[in-house]
Design a protein around this ligand. Structure first.
Ligand SMILES: NC(=O)c1ccc[n+]([C@@H]2O[C@H](COP(=O)([O-])OP(=O)(O)OC[C@H]3O[C@@H](n4cnc5c(N)ncnc54)[C@H](OP(=O)(O)O)[C@@H]3O)[C@@H](O)[C@H]2O)c1
Length: 386
């Protein structure tokens, strides 16, 4: 019997659940799953909590089998065990169930063993290890499968993972704050607070959603930023920067001679990652600690090579927070998926210009006490700003 409630309702609940894994599931995808008994009673829910831990489908099935008030009451009323209830249910899942043995056994097999007769899937899994095999496995076992259900919404929710698999690089978000008249600082090299506390707190929540946060060498030297998510309770991203011409090294030496505190980026308080020139790598041998990884690159300035290194290290998403030179390099190389511009309502009058926004589609604009966040996407066929 098919559920009598709109099936969209159950899939959207699966999307909602998936988002609980944001900041923790990567480099695995965020996935949510709902088990619906007969005509529309949700009897189980699950999501993928953390990389390496059980997948959403397994968590949802276990939530039915583990004693819970809803299934106990239903079992009392119907006289059916949780196992029997599962055999009369539909499973809604935001991503194709896996078919291979990775860190966890295949979810498709778990569904088959449980006897769930119907599965509704939003997005196929482009990972070559799955890529249709999960659905084929279910169908071969006699499970009725509906595919591509609310696929556009599912893709949106899982866009970081899909970008990793398809483009073999992290999902890249460019972010900057600019004054109403288009400056990111009162002058180049001068730390300038552009937006207020509300947007700052919001930015910390954005940081907590991503695997890593990157800034250019000048920003480290000018702003000495902490690059943490202290105003939000969540995941702390890895910090990434560059020292391709030894300027951080020289400045650190100077600070040591003066007995001054180290730069926050190099203080070892948060896991950090520094790209250096291959030819200089021996100068950084003493810098390498548990919380500071030195990564030599042979083609400095090529962001594509850096993105490849991050992809190899399973960094699924990156938020690049300036300054203008670094952001403009990402834009020039076409290496971006999303741009977030924090716009202040104040003019600076003069200053250091913000990056030039490329052709992009504005997908969202939110206002907070007179300040605005505009979100743009790099959608193929972009011809101008919307
Ligand atoms: N309002 C905001 O949102 C915001 C955010 C951040 C910073 N800022 C401000 O922006 C100013 C700093 O920005 P900036 O434009 O001067 O510098 P930046 O983008 O922070 O740093 C640029 C430097 O990073 C290094 N780098 C390494 N790889 C690079 C690449 N592929 N492309 C570009 N640079 C690369 C280069 O240093 P080497 O030459 O040593 O290799 C380059 O000179 C400061 O005043 C800061 O306060 C504002």
């Amino acid at each position: 019997m098919k559920p009598k409630f709109p099936q969209e309702h159950f899939m959207r609940r699966a999307f909602e659940l998936a988002l609980h894994g944001q900041g923790y599931a990567s480099p695995n995808p965020m996935v949510g799953c709902v088990v619906v008994w007969q005509q529309g009673l949700i009897i189980g829910e699950g999501f993928h909590h953390r990389y390496g831990q059980p997948h959403a489908e397994v968590n949802a099935i276990h939530s039915v089998l583990a004693p819970n008030a809803a299934t106990e009451a239903l079992s009392r009323i119907t006289g059916k065990s949780p196992q029997e209830l599962l055999r009369e249910s539909t499973l809604y899942v935001s991503l194709e169930p896996c078919s291979h043995y990775g860190k966890q056994p295949p979810c498709a097999l778990k569904i088959i063993e449980t006897g769930i007769p119907r599965v509704v899937v939003s997005c196929p899994d482009p990972n070559p290890a799955v890529n249709g095999k999960g659905i084929a496995m279910l169908r071969e076992a006699g499970v009725e499968v509906t595919e591509h259900f609310l696929e556009a919404e599912g893709w949106e929710m899982g866009r970081r993972f899909f970008t990793n698999v398809q483009k073999k690089r992290p999902y890249i978000i460019l972010k900057w704050a600019q004054s109403a008249d288009g400056f990111i600082a009162a002058q180049k090299g001068l730390r300038t607070q552009i937006t207020g506390a509300v947007l700052q707190a919001l930015n910390h929540s954005y940081r907590a959603q991503e695997d890593a946060i990157m800034v250019g060498t000048n920003t480290i030297l000018a702003d000495n930023p902490c690059l943490d998510a202290r105003m939000y309770h969540g995941n702390q991203p890895l910090r990434i920067s560059f020292d391709l011409h030894g300027r951080l090294r020289a400045y650190r030496q100077q600070l040591e001679q003066e007995g001054a505190p180290n730069l926050h980026f190099l203080d070892g308080s948060i896991k950090s990652f520094l790209f250096v020139h291959e030819a200089d790598k021996e100068h950084y041998a003493a810098w390498q600690t548990e919380n500071l990884e030195i990564c030599p690159i042979s083609v400095p300035g090529t962001l594509a090579a850096c993105m490849q290194e991050l992809h190899n290290r399973k960094i699924g998403s990156l938020i690049v927070e300036g300054g203008t030179e670094l952001l403009q390099s990402f834009i020039r190389e076409g290496l971006w998926d999303e741009i977030r511009v924090f716009r202040s309502c104040r003019n600076l009058g003069s200053g250091y210009p913000a990056p030039v926004l490329p052709a992009a589609t504005r997908v969202k604009s939110e206002e907070y006490s007179g300040e605005t966040i505009d979100i743009y996407r790099n959608i193929p066929g972009n011809t101008g700003h919307e």
